[in-house]
Design a protein around this ligand. Structure first.
Ligand code: GDP
Ligand code: MG
Length: 441
C-alpha cells in the first residue's frame, strides 16, 4: 500500500503540468490502496470527492510542493472520518460506571475487558469484571484466569445459564463493593444472529451501562460497516476498540466502525498480553493506514529539529532497534533538557501519550527524574544489555537500595523500559530516508 501511494504521488510530482487528469490518476491509485487496507468503498469514494473540492488545481499548477498539498488533504480527510465529533462517555474515578463490551465471538472482548480493567487499575481505579457469557463453554474460566492474573475481582457462574441474571447480580454486587468501573463481558456468536442481539439488549436493559464498547477485530475487512451498524441498532454503542492491530491488517475497518456507530475509537489492542493495549491516537493510525508507518511524522521532525551533525548517530541507533536502558537514560536526559532532540523524543508514540500525558508535565518530569536516579545505581553491564532476563530480583534489590527507592518502583521503571523497547523494536531495519526524500505529513 505504502508503495503504491508513494508511486502515485511520485508520478504526481514528476508531471510538469498538473491537470485534472493527473490528479484523477493519483486519486484512483490511492483509492485502490485504501480499499486494500479495508477502508469501506463508500468512505473512499466520498473522500475522493472531497479531495477534489479541497485541492485547488490552480494552487497545484502554481508549483511548489504538490505532493505535500495532496498528502495533507488525504491525511486530513482520513483523520476527519475518524472523528465522530463528540467524545465518548468518560467514567469518573470513585463513581460507579458500568461498561458493557459487545462484539462477535473471537473479536477479542474477553481479552480486551481485562486489558481495559488492568489499564485503569494501574491508574488507581477499582475495576471489576462480570462474565455474562453463558453461551460458550469455558468463557467463565477464561475471564477468571485473566482476572486472577491481574488481581481484579470477578463475578460469574458455572451453574447459572441466564446471562441477564448473572450480569444484573454481578453489577449489583460490585456497586455495593464500591467498585468504580464495573465491566460486563458478554457473549458473542460467529454470525450476527437474532438471538445474540436479543440477549445483548436484555443484558443492557438489566445493567443500564453508562458505556457500551464495540470490540472489532482489525482483520474483518469490508464487513466492518455492516457489523458495527448491526450492533449499534441493538444497543447504544458509544465507543469502539479495535483489536489485533499487531497483525497484518491495517485496520481500515475502524473508519467504517466510527462511521456506522458515530462513536470514537478509544483504544487499540496490540497483542495477546494484558499490557498490549494503547490509547487510540488518530495520526499514527492514519499514517499506518496510508502505509507511512507510525514514524513518518517522527522522521520529519528529526530532519527538522535535530542538528545535522547529530542526525547520523541518532538514526543509526534507531535503525539498529537495540533499545538499551542507557539509550532510555539518554533520551530522558534530552526530554528534561527539552532540547531539540528532547522535543523529538517526546513525540515518539510511546513517550508522548503514556509517559508524558498533556497537562501533567510536572508529574512526568518528576517520574523521569526518579527513574534516572534508579538508573544511576545500575552497572554498565545492566545499562548496555538488551537482555531482559539480566534484571533479576537481587539486581533489582541492589538498585532499590542504592537509590533509596522501593523495589516496586524499580520494577515499574523496568516495565516502562520494556514498553518503550517494544515500540522501539519496530524501528529495526527501518530504511532511513535522507533529508528531502521524506515529505512531511
Ligand atoms: P471474545 O470471543 O470476543 O471474547 O474473544 P477473546 O478475548 O476470547 O479473544 C479471541 C482470541 O484473540 C484470543 O486468542 C486472544 O488471545 C486473541 N486476541 C485478542 N486481542 C488480541 C490482540 O490485540 N492481538 C492479538 N494478537 N490477539 C488478540
Ligand atoms: Mg469472550
Amino acid at each position: 500500500l505504502g508503495g503504491s501511494i508513494s508511486r502515485a504521488l511520485q508520478q504526481m510530482s514528476n508531471a510538469t503540468v498538473i491537470d485534472e487528469k493527473v490528479l484523477n490518476e493519483c486519486l484512483n491509485e490511492i483509492t485502490r490502496a485504501l480499499l486494500q487496507s479495508d477502508v469501506q468503498f463508500k468512505l473512499v469514494r466520498d473522500m475522493q470527492t472531497n479531495i477534489k473540492k479541497i485541492v485547488n488545481l490552480d494552487d497545484l499548477a502554481a508549483g511548489h510542493n504538490k505532493r505535500r498539498i495532496i498528502q495533507q488533504a488525504i491525511f486530513n480527510e482520513l483523520c476527519k472520518i475518524l472523528d465522530p465529533g463528540k467524545p465518548s462517555f468518560t467514567p469518573k474515578k470513585g463513581k460507579a460506571s458500568v461498561i458493557m463490551f459487545v462484539g462477535l465471538q473471537g473479536s477479542g472482548k474477553t481479552t480486551t475487558c481485562t486489558k481495559y480493567a488492568f489499564y485503569h487499575q494501574k491508574k488507581g481505579w477499582k475495576p471489576a469484571l462480570v462474565c455474562a457469557d453463558t453461551f460458550r463453554a469455558g468463557a467463565f474460566d477464561q475471564l477468571k484466569q485473566n482476572a486472577t492474573k491481574a488481581k481484579i475481582p470477578f463475578y460469574g457462574s458455572y451453574m447459572e445459564s441466564d446471562p441477564v441474571r448473572i450480569a444484573a447480580e454481578g453489577v449489583e454486587r460490585f456497586k455495593k463493593e464500591n467498585c468504580d468501573l464495573i465491566i460486563v463481558d458478554t457473549s458473542g456468536r460467529h454470525k450476527q444472529e437474532t438471538a445474540l442481539f436479543e440477549e445483548m439488549r436484555q443484558v443492557a436493559e438489566a445493567t443500564k451501562p453508562d458505556l457500551v464498547i464495540f470490540v472489532m477485530d482489525s482483520s474483518i475487512g469490508q464487513a466492518a460497516f455492516d457489523q458495527a451498524q448491526a450492533f449499534k441498532k441493538s444497543v447504544s454503542v458509544g465507543a469502539v476498540i479495535v483489536t489485533k492491530m499487531d497483525g497484518h491488517a491495517k485496520g481500515g475497518g475502524a473508519l467504517s466502525a466510527v462511521a456506522a456507530t458515530k462513536s470514537p475509537v478509544i483504544f487499540i489492542g496490540t497483542g495477546e498480553h494484558m499490557d498490549e493495549f494503547e490509547v487510540f491516537d488518530v495520526k499514527p493510525f492514519v499514517s499506518r493506514l496510508l502505509g507511512m508507518g507510525d514514524w513518518s511524522g517522527f522522521m520529519d521532525k528529526i530532519h527538522e529539529v535535530v542538528p545535522m551533525d547529530q542526525q547520523p548517530e541518532l538514526l543509526q541507533k534507531l535503525s539498529e532497534g537495540n533499545f538499551t536502558l542507557r539509550i532510555m537514560y539518554e533520551q530522558f536526559q534530552n526530554i528534561l533538557k527539552m532540547g531539540p532532540i528532547g522535543q523529538v523524543f517526546s513525540m515518539l508514540p510511546g513517550f508522548s501519550a503514556e509517559l508524558m500525558p498533556k497537562g501533567r508535565e510536572k508529574e512526568s518530569q518528576a517520574k523521569i527524574k526518579r527513574y534516572m536516579t534508579m538508573m544511576d545505581s545500575m552497572t554498565n553491564e545492566e545499562l548496555d544489555s538488551s537482555n531482559p532476563k539480566l534484571m533479576n530480583e537481587s539486581r533489582m534489590m541492589r538498585i532499590a537500595r542504592g537509590s533509596g527507592r522501593a523495589v516496586r518502583e524499580v520494577m515499574e521503571m523496568l516495565e516502562e523500559y520494556k514498553r518503550l523497547a517494544k515500540i522501539w523494536s519496530k524501528m529495526k531495519g527501518l530504511k532511513i530516508p535522507k533529508k528531502g526524500e521524506m515529505s512531511a505529513l
